[in-house]
Design a protein around this ligand. Structure first.
Ligand code: CDP
Length: 134
């Protein structure tokens, strides 16, 4: 069976202390309660970086310069009804103060604490990559 591919972009926002932002998925959404790297679906025809800039404004009210966004590693996970392809971008610079606009909660955590937070299965492998990098 061929599953449709869904492209989601996600970001590891890294603050001056080397902590990473994770966001808890809200009630009423798939995978509610799990902690994810912020981001969202790429609209048809949209460039992934533009999608990430749009999502970061919508979800966190911050502005990110496209030059700061380079994909770091891709997650690829087959859920029951779709195949998720999800590049994780790294971002250390943004303007504005992070606000919670759409999630149940936000948390800044040290890379070695990321595995204490239950994540969607697609996000989990990204944690080891990040821990090794940071
Ligand atoms: O808001 P909605 O759940 O419709 O979409 P989304 O958050 O943009 O993500 C689409 C789907 O991708 C979610 O339902 C999750 O199954 C998956 N996803 C994930 O596994 N990990 C993420 N960090 C974000 C999304």
């Amino acid at each position: 069976m061929t599953l449709p591919t869904v492209l989601v972009v996600a970001v590891a926002l890294i603050d001056a202390d080397g902590r990473v932002l994770i966001a808890q998925r809200p009630e009423g959404k798939q995978l509610a309660g799990l902690w994810e790297f912020p981001g969202g679906k790429v609209d048809p025809g949209e460039r992934p970086e533009a999608a990430l800039i749009r999502e970061l404004k919508e979800e966190l009210d911050i502005d990110v310069n496209e030059a700061c966004l380079a994909p770091f590693v891709f997650a690829s996970h087959a859920y029951d009804s779709f195949h998720l392809l999800m590049p994780l971008y790294l971002c250390r610079r943004w303007s504005g103060v992070v606000q919670n606009r759409e999630h149940a909660a936000l948390k800044w955590v040290r890379p070695n604490q990321l595995s204490d937070f239950p994540m969607p299965p697609a996000d989990e492998p990204l944690v080891a990559w990040l821990r090794d990098l940071l």
